[in-house]
Design a protein around this ligand. Structure first.
Ligand SMILES: Cc1cc2nc3c(=O)[nH]c(=O)nc-3n(C[C@H](O)[C@H](O)[C@H](O)COP(=O)(O)O)c2cc1C
Length: 203
């Protein structure tokens, strides 16, 4: 009843059950194990755009999709437009979808202005989305949270910006950065976003 096909840009997914991106978990061996459950789409762990830009060997290993069932989405993070644009060009050659991480709450990520910290700078977030879309030949999607904290619930605004800049889907983690992974996710705000955009909203 809930299973249906999903289209993200021109990429057709067999179903709408997706393997969420998880740092330290959704590496290639884990994704291969998950193939028997037939996910409609799998995501890599988040990959540093700066690492790709500076040709870091360990970062490049995260892009390995050898012998993997398609489609595969590669998730990137960063706030440097040049590095994100470079990464978009590079990943376009190997992935079916590029996902931008604007939801990671980890201190080591947000202290550099990456992940969910971008929800506090919507102009920069929009510029990054635009640069990645313009430098990508595959659909670009955005992962975001409800907001930074209850004083900064900006998901509706960011979702609209994402659509306007050319993103083909968004995924919402219905918690604020302040909540990390605790408490309950806000499903009402996801409903609200769905009413405001035409692109698929994944939760
Ligand atoms: C160990 C762990 C690592 C995660 N790493 C990422 C990540 O790299 N990128 C991302 O967008 N979300 C990441 N997430 C968030 C999940 O993709 C998901 O959005 C979140 O756990 C909310 O879903 P849930 O309520 O079903 O747990 C991570 C979550 C966990 C638990």
């Amino acid at each position: 009843m809930y299973l249906k096909k999903l289209k993200i840009g021109e990429v057709k997914l067999e179903n709408n059950i997706l393997l969420a991106p998880m740092a330290g978990i959704t590496n290639l061996p884990f994704r291969l194990i998950c193939e028997k459950y037939n996910p409609g789409l799998v995501y890599t762990e988040m990959v540093s755009s700066k690492g790709l830009f500076y040709k870091d060997e360990k970062t490049n290993l995260l892009l390995n999709t050898e012998n993997e069932k398609r489609p595969v989405a590669v998730q990137i993070f960063g706030n440097d437009i040049e590095a994100m644009a470079y990464s978009a060009k590079k990943i376009s050659k190997i992935a079916d979808i590029i996902d931008i991480n604007m939801g990671c709450p980890a201190p080591k990520i947000v202290k550099n202005g990456d992940g969910s910290k971008l929800m506090l700078d919507l102009k920069l977030a929009g510029d990054i989305i635009e640069a990645v879309v313009q430098n990508s030949t595959v659909p670009v999607t955005i992962k975001m949270r409800k907001g930074w904290d209850e004083q900064h619930v900006v998901v509706v605004e960011l979702a609209k910006i994402a659509q306007e800049k050319g993103a083909k889907a968004i995924t919402i983690h219905g918690r604020t950065r302040e909540q990390f992974y605790t408490g309950v996710a806000d499903w009402e705000i996801i409903k609200k976003v769905k009413k405001e955009v035409n692109i698929p909203v994944i939760r």
